[in-house]
Design a protein. Structure first.
Length: 302
């Protein structure tokens, strides 16, 4: 453990892909002699006292019945080579080491651990982050005093060490589920960039009613994020809960550049920090590279 981790113990917040449990699909497989594997794509090699056995993936059970598959095999004169049976394999590739260790028991899978998942913060960066945390906590207190949900969001430019936006959650006062802190922050930054470019642009249109079909956010010319009714759950328990990752689907791996989110305990509050996040393919035009905090004044739920 590094000195930085001893001061602020970071815990990675897993994306849906990283936290998903094992899901399986049924596949037709068959044992096959090694000399008959020239046209095989995926091979399972099982060692035993008498040597080893090779098993091949044929196709998904959803694609064809066992009777149709047997007829097809016989029509290609492969009846003596392939004896299909049904095998369960993992539906998705393993992203984490724990997934790999569990899922490979069903069928051999490839796995390479992503070194970017390591938390790397210098002591200077941690001190800066502490300052932003204090600011975010003050924001949440201000929000609560105004009758809003106690959630604050801060976006900073870590290279210039300046705060780009500080906003609070306004879903209570607006009665609009879109007006949570993250989208308020995106709206604020989009307005700032439009002003900097001195270019007339259509204002972000956010419905003021709770009933809506689709909202398109255009913070930049080359970035468009579309949010539809599936992205927002109007049940009360979700409206009042933390909305990063699973519940609001705003933590999306592969949106553009790679980024990671870590969670720490600070002043008895769970705080989420996103590092190297990008909302644009052109990093020079978009200085947002760190979403400092999305917080509640109670333990955060994923």
């Amino acid at each position: 453990m590094t000195t930085a981790e001893q001061i602020l113990p970071f815990e990675c917040v897993l994306s849906e892909e990283e936290s998903r449990v094992l899901e399986t699909v049924d596949i037709y497989v068959s044992d096959v002699e090694p000399k008959e594997t020239e046209r095989v794509i995926k091979i399972k090699k099982t060692s035993h006292d008498k040597g080893f056995t090779l098993a091949v993936l044929i196709c998904s059970v959803e694609k064809i019945t066992i009777t149709e598959l047997t007829i097809l095999i016989n029509n290609h004169n492969l009846g003596s080579i392939l004896k299909p049976r049904i095998q369960q394999i993992c539906k998705y590739p393993a992203i984490t080491r724990s997934q790999f260790d569990e899922w490979r028991k069903l069928w051999p899978i490839n796995f390479r651990e992503d070194p970017r998942r390591e938390t790397k913060f210098t002591l200077k960066e941690i001190e800066r982050i502490k300052q932003y945390m204090d600011n975010a906590i003050q924001l949440s207190s201000q929000a609560k005093s105004k009758g809003e949900l106690p959630i604050g969001c801060i976006l900073v430019d870590p290279k210039k060490n300046i705060t780009l936006s500080e906003v609070i959650d306004t879903r209570n006062s607006t009665k609009n589920p879109l007006r949570h802190a993250i989208l308020n922050c995106i709206d604020d930054i989009a307005s700032l960039e439009r002003s900097n470019r001195v270019k007339k642009s259509k204002k972000i249109e956010v419905p003021r009613k709770r009933t809506f079909n689709e909202v398109t956010i255009e913070g930049k010319d080359d970035v468009e994020i579309t949010l539809d009714e599936d992205d927002f759950v109007e049940q009360r328990e979700n409206v009042e809960s933390a909305y990063l990752c699973v519940q609001w689907h705003l933590y999306i791996q592969g949106l553009d550049e790679y980024f990671m989110v870590v969670q720490i305990q600070y002043q008895d509050i769970s705080i989420l920090i996103s590092s190297k996040s990008s909302l644009s393919r052109n990093s020079e035009r978009n200085p947002i590279s760190e979403i400092v905090s999305f917080l509640k004044t109670s333990p955060l739920t994923s």
